[in-house]
Design a protein around this ligand. Structure first.
Ligand code: CS2
Ligand code: MG
Length: 418
C-alpha cells in the first residue's frame, strides 16, 4: 500500500508521459522486419526491433496480443522495472519469441528516455569509451577466386575485419554464400528451401580456403569464419588446430548451441578464438561458456537477447572473465537493432566488434538512422534516443511475405543443423 493515491502498480504517476500506444509494424522492404512503436501520451515515440527471421509473426502476435496491453499506462522511464515485469511476470521464461519481444520493448524505452532527456542513448549508458565501433562485414564466393575478389571489394570499402565464407565442392548453395551478399537467404514461399550438407567435404575444403585468404590479404586484416553450428566437438577441435596458422580473429559457432559441455574438448585442443551466442537469448545461456572460459567472444544480439539492458548485463558478466562482446548484426535484424547495438558498442568497455552486413537502399529509406558506417567503423550519431525515424507510409507499401531460412539435409537425406 502507498500513502500517495497518485502512485499506481504500473509505476510512476499517471500523466502525459505515460505510454499511450504500442503498435507493431510488420513490413517487408526486401525482407520481413517487425518493428515496435511506443508512443507516450505527450507524443514521444520510441522504436524497437522485434525481427526473428522466419518466425516474424510469432513475435508480432506475442507483442500485439500479450505485451502491448500491459504497456499502456506504464511509465516509460522505468526501463528495468518493465524488463523485470515482462520477464519475471510472464512465468514462461526465455526463448527467442519472448526475449525478442522484451528486447523490442527495452530498445523502444531507451529510445524514449533518450528523446525525453535530449541525449543519445550511449550517453545514458555512461558515455563513449571509444571513438568508433569496429565492424566486420561479409565476403563470400562460390569458390576461392570469387571469395578473394569479394574480400578485395570489402577492403576497398575500408573494412579492417571480414568474415570469409565459400561454397563447398560437390555441394550446391550453402549458408553464408547467397547470391545477394547483402542478405542471408530467406526464401519467400510456403516452405523452406532445402540444401544438402556434407561436413566431411567442408572440412576437406575450408582449411585451404582460409589459408588462401590469409596469404592474399597479408597479416593485418582481421579474418573471421562461421561454421554455423555444424561440427562435432572432435571435428571442431581438429579444424581449430588445422587453421591456427591462419590467425583467425574468431571461429564462430563450431558446434550446435544446445550442448555447451562439448566446448571443453574443443578448448583443450586448440587456441583458435571461439565466438558463440547468436542464437542465445539470455545471460543464463551464456553463463557457463563465460565463467568456464570456453569462449572468447559472446555473440548475443540486442534484439534476440532482451534488448540494450540485457546485452549490457551479458557484457558485464563477460567482462569479469575477459570475454568480449561481438554482437550479431545480420541484415535480418533491422537498422533499429543495429542502432541499439552500436550505442552499446560505443559505451561498453569489453565490446570488441560489431557484425555489419549492410542493407539495400530501400531498407535505409524505411528506417532512417543517425548511425553511420565509415571506413569499416560504425558510430551511432548524436541524435537523441537511438537515432531512428521510421517512414511508416513507405513501410506500408511492403506488406509481409511468408519467408523461411533454408533447412539442410545430409547426403543420406537426414536433417542436420542449418
Ligand atoms: C549468421 C547469420 O551472421 C551470422 O553470423 O550466422 O546470418 C544467421 O545465419 C542469420 O542471422 C539467421 O537468420
Ligand atoms: Mg553466425
Amino acid at each position: 500500500m502507498t500513502d500517495d493515491p497518485q502512485l499506481s502498480p504500473g509505476g510512476g504517476r499517471p500523466g502525459a508521459d505515460r505510454i499511450a500506444a504500442a503498435e507493431v509494424i510488420v513490413s517487408s522492404p526486401g525482407r520481413n522486419f517487425v518493428t515496435l512503436k511506443l508512443t507516450t501520451a505527450d507524443g514521444v515515440v520510441g522504436w524497437g526491433d522485434a525481427t526473428l527471421n522466419g518466425r516474424e509473426l510469432a513475435v508480432a502476435s506475442y507483442l500485439r496480443d500479450h505485451v502491448a496491453p500491459l504497456l499502456i499506462g506504464r511509465d516509460p522511464a522505468r526501463i528495468e522495472d518493465t524488463w523485470q515485469y515482462l520477464y519475471r511476470g510472464a512465468y514462461w521464461r526465455r526463448g527467442p519469441v519472448t526475449m525478442t519481444s522484451i528486447g523490442a520493448v527495452d530498445i523502444a524505452l531507451w529510445d524514449i528516455k533518450g528523446k525525453v532527456t535530449g541525449q543519445p542513448v550511449y550517453q545514458l549508458l555512461g558515455g563513449a569509451v571509444r571513438d568508433r565501433v569496429l565492424a566486420y562485414t561479409h565476403a563470400a564466393g562460390r569458390d576461392v577466386p570469387a571469395l578473394l575478389d569479394s574480400v578485395d571489394a570489402v577492403r576497398e570499402r575500408g573494412f579492417e575485419a571480414v568474415r570469409v565464407q565459400t561454397g563447398v565442392p560437390g555441394l550446391g548453395t550453402v549458408y553464408g554464400v547467397s547470391g545477394d551478399a547483402a542478405y542471408e537467404p530467406a526464401g519467400r514461399g510456403v516452405v523452406p528451401t532445402e540444401e544438402v550438407w556434407d561436413t566431411d567435404a567442408y572440412l576437406r575444403h575450408i582449411p585451404g580456403v582460409l589459408a588462401a585468404a590469409r596469404e592474399h590479404v597479408g597479416p593485418e586484416l582481421k579474418l573471421l569464419h562461421d561454421a554455423h553450428h555444424r561440427l562435432t566437438p572432435g571435428q571442431a577441435a581438429r579444424l581449430g588446430r588445422r587453421v591456427e596458422e591462419v590467425d583467425l580473429f574468431w571461429l564462430e559457432d563450431v558446434t550446435p548451441a544446445e550442448n555447451q559441455e562439448v566446448l571443453r574438448h574443443v578448448r583443450n585442443h586448440t587456441t583458435v578464438p571461439l565466438a558463440i551466442g547468436e542464437v542465445f537469448n539470455t545471460v543464463w545461456e551464456c553463463q557457463s561458456l563465460i565463467t568456464e572460459q570456453l569462449i572468447d567472444f559472446v555473440r548475443t544480439c540486442v534484439t534476440h537477447a532482451g534488448g540494450i539492458s540485457h546485452l549490457r548485463r551479458i557484457a558485464a558478466l563477460a567482462d569479469l572473465w575477459q570475454v568480449k562482446l561481438g554482437p550479431h548484426g545480420p541484415s535480418d535484424v533491422s537498422p533499429v537493432a543495429l542502432a541499439a547495438s552500436v550505442h552499446v558498442g560505443l559505451s561498453t568497455p569489453n565490446f570488441a566488434i560489431q557484425e555489419y552486413m549492410g542493407y539495400p537502399d530501400v531498407v535505409h529509406e524505411v528506417f532512417r538512422h543517425s548511425w553511420s558506417c565509415t571506413d569499416g567503423h560504425l558510430h551511432p550519431g548524436d541524435a537523441p534516443g537511438i537515432g531512428i525515424e521510421v517512414d511508416e507510409q513507405l513501410a506500408a507499401r511492403f506488406p509481409y511475405e511468408q519467408a523461411y531460412l533454408p533447412v539442410a539435409r545430409r547426403r543420406d537425406g537426414s536433417m542436420t543443423d542449418w
